[in-house]
Design a protein. Sequence first.
Length: 611
Amino acid sequence: MQLQVMNSPFSQEQVELLNRLLPTLTENQKIWLSGYLAVPQPGQSEAAATTLEDAIEAEPTTSANTEVETREVTILFGTDTGNAQALAEEFSQKLEQQQLKVTVSCFDDFKPKALKKVEDLLIVTSTHGDGDPPDNALSFYDFLHSKRAPKLEGVRFSVLALGDSSYEFFCQTGKDFDKRLEELGAERIYPRVDCDLDFEEPAAEWFEAVFDKLGASSSSTQASGIDQTAVDDDQPSYSRSNPFRAEVLENINLNGRGSNKETRHVELDLEDSNLVFEPGDSLGVYPENDPDLVDELIETMGWNAEESIPINKQGDLYSLREALTSTFEITTLTKPLLEKAAQLTNNEELKSLIQPENKEALTAYIEGRDLIDFVRDFGPWQASATDFINILRKIPVRLYSIASSLKAYEDEVHLTIGTVRYHAHGRDRTGVCSGQCAERIEVGDSLKVFVQKNPNFRLPENPDTPVIMIGPGTGVAPYRAFLQEREEIGAEGDNWLFFGEQHFMTDFLYQTEWQQWLKDGVLSRMDVAFSRDTDEKVYVQHRMLEKSREFYQWLEAGAHVYVCGDEKHMAKDVHATILSILEKEGGMSQEEAEAFLTDMRKQKRYQRDVY
């Protein structure tokens, strides 16, 4: 509301000044100003502030202002890929810009018993695998759900949960934290927000609302997504929200003739991008859908490919074909999508399928099907192309472990991408990004990319520290970067690699490079497992058990252990194998082995990049 001269005791000039000032004030500033105006003015009290400038320099005088100024904000994050950490750090910076006291920490670095001393608690967390907490949130999660957890009356909180709605336990860790904090007596500042893979807008809206509840304002520092690239002021800044178009320098198949796998080695040109990364980081790629698949969907629905479609809240328009190719996901079905789609049809079978009692049938239907299958199965549709587009989520970014070191390949980044191909429900299927790289991207083309920092997968600070690297298949990618980096800096620490694949002759990824590093002494040891070359399948964990004594000796010597690759099977088996080695070679009980490995994780000596 704007002041009017006729309704106020102010002159026209004063009204204009106030109308310019008031919209710019934060809640904190308004509270302070009301306190200042309530103080007796000059002539009424010798103690009164004589000017607004004097008052600003003086100590706060109102109890309301004192409460806002003294409450400290604690931001805790749990992350695997780095998204939650980047958001937490961004939020922390913006709160500090509003003169609020802020502490930001990952769960592992926060002492759980200090929780009862926290005043305002913001939690930003992802969910790992089938509803599990991220590795660096496990200990805190267990503590909070134990009998040792303190009562939290007086603590205020809000939770931002990151997840993927294609998983059954979508944002489960955030939901668990939110529920448990309430059970312990904490007061919710603002309702939990659950974010899907395109988390930028809902995260910004959550933060804006929390800002308002904390008595701050983010109007001058709009949440802009994650920008982790520090560059000179006069240089362009490329990030998740502003990806760089990187030219393809090389795109080759690493697998030999006769292999049933196709693994692409892709080299990209980063010249003039100012993008920097460290070994262990990932490269985010914005893929595009297969144009043939897009055309088939448009034909199935009877849409006009050239119809203009809004692709965001800002109202930017693309042709329908361009929007479905570059912006919206059409290859994965999720429960939220089917629930929204059920509002666009009278199909009773679909309405029945999404009911809670048909959970198993819904899961079975979603598996291996895409949007084309879905619209054919449950039509006719009572919706325009725009209506249907509005229920689709954006194409998720694909994150790939970087397979090169900037010190070894300046202005380049290398990726190792396993092509996803399978046959399901009568049709051949191909991964969105892996299929694009395998079938439609040639040298000279470009990909939209950004660097995704991963501080939870880092080489030891001391280059003399030994490292053990475990990575079957494309999980070996970051270790190529590790060894390039260690070679370039002349690191003296020993390096031991465990690698596994199906066949020695066709699937030994980067074989000549590993052998050269062995010859040169950069790679100290290498143990390989090719599961289909023997009658009995042999995996990396079997090689670890065969070398259990040496493995334990390396751990005692302070080695850092890295695991990269499949989470559901390989990572769990490797974890169990390390525990077995600790029990066997270290004479530990199961509980002691688990405590030892937990301590290694907290010391950042046990790091995983699993998916």
